[in-house]
Design a binder for this molecule. Sequence first.
Ligand code: SF4
Length: 587
Amino acid sequence: MIYEKNVIMKRPLKVDIRFASVYPNLYKTAMSSLGYQIIYGMINERKDSWCERVVYPDTRSIESNSPLKDFDIISFSLQYEQDYFNMLEMLKKAEIPIRRKDREVKNDFDKKKSDYPLIIAGGPCATSNPMPISDFIDIFIIGEFEPILNDFLDLYKKLKYPIKQLESFLSLKGIYLPSVNNKVKRIIVKDMDHAYHVTNPIIAKAEKKEDEDFLPVFGNSILLNVSRGCTRGCRFCMSGYLYRPLRETKLQKLFDVAEKARANTGLKKVSLIGAAVSDYSKIDELIKGLLDRGFQISTPSMRIESITTKSLNFLKRSGAKTITIAPESIYPLRKSINKNIHDEKIFEIIKKATDLGLNLKLYFLIGLINETKEDIKELALYIKKIHSLKDKNSIKFSINPLIPKPHTPMQWEGYDLKDIKSKIKHLKKELKGIDVKFDSPKMGLIQYVLSCKGREVGNILEKSLDLKIPVKEWEKHSKGYYNNKNSNSNNNIISNNNINNDINNNISNNISTNASNINNVLDKEKENINNSNIMTGVLGLETKLPWENIDIGLNENFLKEERKKIFNYENTEWCQKASCYKCGICK
Ligand code: SF4
């Protein structure tokens, strides 16, 4: 049993809007999400609204045990594509028709409410590509909800039949209506100092030792929103592109928030939250300032380049036991995804952390664009070398398939299940006896399809409520947009000449890669040409992508240039340190 403190209770009949904030994943994940707590806090500051939490697998609210159907608005926070299954399961269990068309209001009502609540969705998955779930949702929030949240609720209140007047919501920024398929520009919080910071977080306590597994991932802590957005430009990282530019909260504001939250809750532990916490421009001052004020600090993950001996010492002093870093791959491939971090730096961090007795968790990716069998062999050796540095501390590894994501330079790629499987098989054999966790290649495939495909995928999602979907069904959607025979559009045809030019450019520009990698790039592109010869309507970089109406603000050519650089193993310097590379965000 879990007990909670700081839960907000109101009288249902005293509010105009009952808002169910639904997290279609487990309680411990929900309560570790800062965004989820922000929405809860912001809505409950309004006298006219009551936000309650509904967390998978339950379909009743934690606060008042009310069923989902009783709410005016149901809002899904979609952080992971796999949560789409849970979302539909929850709707079905709550006896709410999952398809929007089946919820349509047939008659006029003499009351404000229709038979069913308004169903909205937000979060990174909904923002990047709402299409796979667009037949299920009434309104998508594209970007961050906070700037329009109050206007959204005010408008809802003003409308007589909100479900019948969905188009009225288009007067707000960041709204995508699947029924209209409108073009939409992403909306984000501009100024972190005036953004909503959580100073009265919900505190969860386990009744028994065995219940502790259900507690939030960071334990009970003050979640301090150090920054949002990251402009380092790792070419596989969707949130790096979705939430640009880098927005920092000022140092003094962070101290004030932490002090206020401690006064409200008695908590002393602070978790630093941000896309790349160690990139915070005053990270050493922040950690020292919090330690001097008597706080303990933990941070989920750190960017290797910005870890300093000082920050490692501070973290150790504040009771941190583990640090998490992501070398991603061996050096040439790391460079190709724009993480130009040399091995010397990585081994230096590992050595320092080991000397301090800190445990390490390292993340790697497989299935990168230029990756060869030789690279995988080298990766196994690389991991063995890191493992050999282990002293009394533990070193754990996590190896995950790369999932191409919308709005990244990899958005045109497909997912090769067979290739990923064979690489994992090889690594498992080579890394016996080392603590390595592999993500499932099949789950990677499903995640890819749900990330990068269109409306048609909704049918599979719906079917999955009653049937086990065979892998083959998902695999039918595994091809990318650069080389895919499923096109009907003449606009999508690219000529082999263009591909040949690309190859020549790739090779002539490539001055830093070894010969085997160049051959591999060449082989891959040749394979594309061969396949393109047997296809009608070959797709290319100009093809229309399912998320074409979602404008997150990036320049059209920027992603294409970045894609080219993957094949050329070429770096793009970080705009915070070097000059602006004109991605388009800071117009
Ligand atoms: S526009 Fe320039 S400064 Fe702004 S995020 Fe993009 S690269 Fe960085």
